[in-house]
Design a protein around this ligand. Structure first.
Ligand code: NI
Length: 205
């Protein structure tokens, strides 16, 4: 395999493989509709805000990479939705679909042999498709980490709740030995947010 195709494979794997892909699917499938617009305690953003931020940022990087006439949204407000909650189910589904469509388009661009990964983007300021693909993968992974963790924990709560009625009536947890004690729960720390948003347009130079 040539170095060029090997690099393309690594990029595709970063964009779609492993945790990033799984986290996105888990996040959008397992966050109950009633929680989509709710900002969890200790967090900065609702699932809808994260979903829309992921979609808008990825779309912006993709369009910048392939469209000389693309105009980026205002930073930073244009990269976030106006409200914490989606207007309706359709808005959520449309955003999910658009994110997946743009990700597919990004992968097609990277996989295309005629795309020079190292050439400067003609309408840019030194950026390359390689750099933009890495930026998109990095930004997606960062926010999917927030999103996926939330989806996983809300799913765990649901599963636990659904199992409770199945426990035998006589079930009682064994008492802890006197020498043991449960750890004191610590308040969940807020997600560490960067002092500068890690993408646009500052990192483009
Ligand atoms: Ni971001």
């Amino acid at each position: 395999m040539s170095k060029d195709s090997s690099l393309r494979e690594h990029l595709l794997s970063l964009l779609t493989g492993g945790n990033a892909h799984a986290d996105f699917d888990r996040a959008v499938e397992h966050i109950p509709a009633k929680l989509r617009g709710k900002i969890p305690k200790g967090a900065e953003h609702s699932p809808w805000e994260l979903l829309e931020h992921l979609r808008i940022a990825q779309w912006d990087i993709l369009e910048f990479s392939r469209n000389p006439d693309h105009k980026s949204p205002d930073f930073p407000t244009g990269y976030w939705p106006a409200a914490p909650a989606p207007a309706d189910h359709k808005a959520w589904d449309d955003s999910v679909r658009a994110f997946r469509k743009d990700l597919k388009a990004f992968c097609d661009l990277v996989a295309d042999d005629s795309t020079d990964l190292f050439a400067r983007i003609p309408h840019g300021e030194g950026q390359t498709i390689l750099r933009e693909a890495l930026l998109a993968a990095d930004h997606n992974a960062y926010h999917l980490g927030q999103f996926g963790a939330r989806a996983t924990s809300s799913r765990r709560v649901e599963v636990t709740r659904s199992l409770v009625p199945l426990l035998p009536v006589s079930f009682t947890p064994a008492p802890l030995p006197a020498t043991m004690s449960l750890p004191t729960p610590s308040p969940r720390a807020p997600f560490p947010l960067p002092t500068r948003w890690p993408g646009f347009p500052s990192l483009r130079s």
